[in-house]
Structure formats: C-alpha cells, structure tokens
Design a protein around this ligand. Structure first.
Ligand code: AMP
Length: 130
C-alpha cells in the first residue's frame, strides 16, 4: 500500500509544497517543531534512508541542501538543522528545521500555525528555492 508521502507526492492528499523535481518533493511538516519545518522526500518509496542506493542518497542530500538554503532566506532563524527519524512514516524523509533554540530540534515542543501562515511560509520558501 502507498505510504502517506506517496499519496502527498501524487496529489491525493494535500500538502504545502515547497519544491519539487523529477525525483524529490519538499513540503511543510503539518505538525512543525518551528515555522518553516520542511520534509524532503524521495519519490522512490524506500523505508530507511541508509537503504537508498548511493546516487539517490547523494541527490537527496543535495536537493535538501538547496531547500535548506531557501528556508534560511525565508524564515528568521539562527540556522537550519537537519534530522532523520522515520519512526512514524516508513518512507524516507529528511526534516529541515529552522532553529533558534535547542527545543526546536527535539520534537518535543510543537508550534500551531494557521492555514494562512502555512501557505505564506511555503510560498516564501518556494520563491527563494534555486
Ligand atoms: P518521523 O517518521 O518520526 O520522522 O515523523 C514523520 C513526520 O511527518 C512528523 O513530523 C509528522 O508531523 C509529519 N507528517 C505526517 N503526516 C503528514 C502530512 N500529511 N503532511 C505533512 N507532514 C506530515
């Protein structure tokens, strides 16, 4: 059965899209640690990141780097952190999190954002994506 992220990539489930190319899709995390928290996903459905073939792994990291640069231009933050967990969704994804304090990296404190803020944030990151 398709993962929830495959359904998002196919457009069967809505998402706040940030960037996309042939092989990767980036969108805002719906339960963010901080405003601008983004997930970067390979379209290929693989559960664990270290099971990716070497080329997809490298390309994922390069794509995530470009998304992180766009986040840094769009959301006031000290830096963008990167994390890979995958305990909830068995489809490789990289968390990119704008960080100002350590709690934002811990997945224990969450922020609530309105649909309007999600939309505006996604659009801003998207406009800075190169
Ligand atoms: P983990 O698998 O532990 O890395 O966590 C999965 C992440 O996916 C969590 O941060 C969720 O908030 C996020 N997530 C789950 N469903 C959605 C969705 N439909 N749209 C955006 N983010 C989601």
């Amino acid at each position: 059965m398709a993962t929830i992220f495959t359904k998002i990539i196919k457009g069967d489930i809505p998402s706040y899209k940030v960037a996309e190319n042939e092989n990767f899709y980036a969108f805002l995390d719906i339960n963010p640690n901080a405003k601008g928290h983004t997930l970067v996903v390979p379209k290929k459905e693989v559960d664990k990141i270290f099971d990716l073939d070497e080329n997809t792994y490298k390309e994922l990291m390069l794509f995530a780097r470009r998304v992180a640069m766009a986040i840094e231009k769009s959301v006031p933050c000290n830096r963008v952190g990167i994390s890979v967990i995958g305990l909830e969704v068995p489809h490789v994804h990289v968390h990119l999190i704008p960080l100002n304090k350590m709690e934002e990296a811990t997945f224990t404190s969450k922020v609530e954002l309105s649909p309007e803020v999600f939309e505006a944030t996604a659009q801003k990151i998207s406009s800075n994506f190169r």
